[in-house]
Design a protein around this ligand. Structure first.
Ligand code: FAD
Ligand code: SIN
Length: 540
């Protein structure tokens, strides 16, 4: 059906997919293949723009002497005891098959080859080389053909520059009273068209939230601008259950530069890059026997510790011993990113620091992406399947988006006959027209990002978290007030969601009075006893 910014919103579809990264595309394709009419929305100008597009290192496949059991063991070990084993097992068993069927056979992703087989890399905390990649821009190599195949599907329509504003629920937006007394249900979403400035309801039998992560809540992040926690905030307002929100993963190696932070893939360390302190000496074996290949949270905190001890604003990452030609051939994008910062990755060490990277928590879902709210599924980074526990293993995220996207799409299509539009009438959107001052929006984002970075960051304690809670609560009130009167725009929607999502993470981090995986409390360093882990999992 193709993709367009303003071809008009349908009032009703079978399946509404919000977000067009790997999880949204996988869901849309699976639902449409199973006979559903699907609408995919993205607020971006192109369907490709997403976290998925920027993924570097790769996606898990299977190693030559590998097994689902071995992958499961690695996921469980990285997840610091909080992994939901049946979910991780599902990923390990179904994932490689879907990589073959969907990404290789159907989409034609040109993963790098070595002779007649695929080239497989080994990243931190993996016990085998099992990761497929396309040089250092795997996300682009997946997202480009995937969005193209999706847009060509006869039962999928893709609308760009359309922002989902709010989920429609029987509890909050239905006009017919009898629906108010049943089990709450998601009925669709209010959607803002950037071209018209109008917000209209789109009814759907099933909504699949695939809005990605929340890295942009932090001052320093590897994530692009779209990752502002929209889905989390919408799901929370709609009443869906959220879990594991304290576990925000910080990637150890983002390029340190005045213009921002840019991810320097873990694949560099997988290929032998050294982490060096300000004295140019390796330091990671002080913190973990696996050194630079220890789990991400350990490496990120090791770097933080060395920076604290030495007063240095960064440490160094050095791959130059692999030879200039080899580095340029294997990591062309990373060489280009470094060159733009006036640095040469192929010829010497470059400065790196940790940066917010991935949300391990999210909307609690089952094996088919179903949330606690009927009619609402969540897939990809906005969801919490339980696979990542308290700390995600490298290159599992794209795979999780593929597996849960596919399963949720199939399940959504099977949930009822195509074309049904019964259900309660929903309230039309009430438009307000007070101009929104862009200076307020910019300053409020500054407050969110500084508060999250300094008080809800890599190292947390009660005092900082309480302070963050107060700042964000006050800001939430302010923003809610001008949101209620303001002219609708994507920026206003994003700010409202950003402050809500930040509050949710800060609140959950305060409640979690322990250190586990990537949630590190310097005032509560002890890990909970294994017996308590089951209790911790449903925490929001
Ligand atoms: P996304 O790909 O982020 O897509 C979500 C889409 O929804 C975006 O287009 C967003 O703009 C849109 N959206 C959000 N809110 C709204 C709204 N309100 N209305 C409409 N649209 C909306 N993982 C790996 O497994 N391997 C890697 O090598 C890897 N490398 C990474 C490198 C970088 C730099 C980053 C940032 C992440 C990396 N990750 C990697 C993580 C992985 O890329 C993401 O977790 C994954 O791509 C998320 O996919 P998704 O489909 O859930 O969301
Ligand atoms: C990276 O390439 O280091 C990112 C991999 C990931 O986030 O899984």
């Amino acid at each position: 059906m193709g993709s367009s910014p303003g071809a008009g919103l349908p009032s009703h579809v079978d399946v509404l997919v919000i977000g067009s990264g790997i999880a949204g595309c996988s869901a849309a394709l699976a639902a449409a293949d199973a006979g559903a009419e699907v609408l995919v929305l993205t607020k971006e100008a192109t369907a490709e723009e997403s976290n998925t597009w920027y993924a570097q290192g790769g996606i898990i496949f299977r190693g030559l002497e590998d097994s689902p059991e071995r992958l499961l063991a690695d996921i469980v070990a990285a997840g610091a005891g909080l992994v939901l084993e049946p979910a991780a097992r599902l990923l390990a068993e179904e994932g490689p098959r879907l990589v073959q069927q969907v990404l290789i056979d159907r989409i034609g992703v040109p993963f790098d080859r070595e002779g007649r087989d695929y080239h497989r890399v080994q990243e931190a905390a993996h016990s085998a080389p099992r990761i497929l990649h396309r040089k250092d821009h795997t996300g682009r190599a997946i997202e480009e053909p995937m969005t193209r195949v999706m847009a060509e599907h006869p039962r999928i329509r893709v609308l760009t520059r359309h922002t989902a504003v709010e989920l429609i629920t029987t509890d909050h937006h239905a006009l017919v009273p009898e629906f108010l007394h049943g089990e709450p249900r998601c009925l669709g979403a209010y959607v803002l068209s950037e071209a018209t400035g109008q917000v209209e309801p789109v009814r759907a039998r099933e909504v699949i939230l695939a809005t990605g992560g929340l890295g942009r809540l932090y001052l320093h992040t590897t994530n692009p601008a779209g990752a502002r926690g929209d889905g989390l905030a919408m799901a929370d307002r709609a009443g869906a259950r959220l879990v594991n929100l304290p576990y925000v993963q910080f990637h150890p190696t983002a390029l340190y530069h005045a213009s921002g932070r840019f991810l320097l893939s873990e694949a560099l360390r997988g290929e032998g890059a050294y982490l060096l302190g300000p004295d140019m000496q390796p330091f990671m074996t002080r913190f973990h026997p696996d050194g630079t290949l220890a789990p991400r949270d350990v490496v990120a905190r090791g770097i933080h510790q060395v920076m604290l001890e030495t007063g240095s604003p960064h440490v160094w990452l050095d791959i130059s011993h692999r030879g200039e030609t080899w580095v340029r051939e294997h990591f062309p994008d990373l060489c280009a990113i470094s060159a733009r910062a006036g640095l040469d990755l192929a010829r010497g060490p470059v400065p790196v620091v940790p940066a917010a990277h991935y949300s391990c928590g999210g909307v609690a879902v089952d094996a088919d992406g179903a949330s606690s709210l009927r009619g609402l599924r969540a897939v990809g980074e906005v969801s919490c399947t339980g696979v990542h526990g308290a700390n995600r293993l490298a290159s599992t995220s794209l795979l999780e988006g593929l597996v849960w996207g596919t399963r949720a799409g199939r399940a959504a299509a099977a949930s009822g006959p195509s074309g049904t539009s019964d259900g309660p009438t929903v309230a039309p959107w009430r438009h307000e027209h007070e101009p929104v001052d862009p200076a307020l929006v910019a300053q409020d984002w500054n407050t969110i990002q500084h508060t999250m970075w300094n008080y809800v960051g890599l190292v947390r304690n009660e005092r900082r978290l309480v302070r963050a809670g107060r700042i964000l609560a006050a800001l939430d009130e302010e923003v809610s007030a001008f949101y209620a009167r303001g002219t609708m725009s994507d920026a206003l929607v994003g700010l409202r969601n950003g402050v809500r999502a930040a509050r949710l993470v800060a609140r959950a981090a305060l409640k979690a009075r322990w250190s586990l995986g990537c949630h590190y409390r310097e005032d509560a360093p002890g890990m909970p006893l294994p017996g308590r882990l089951r209790e911790l999992r449903p925490m929001g």
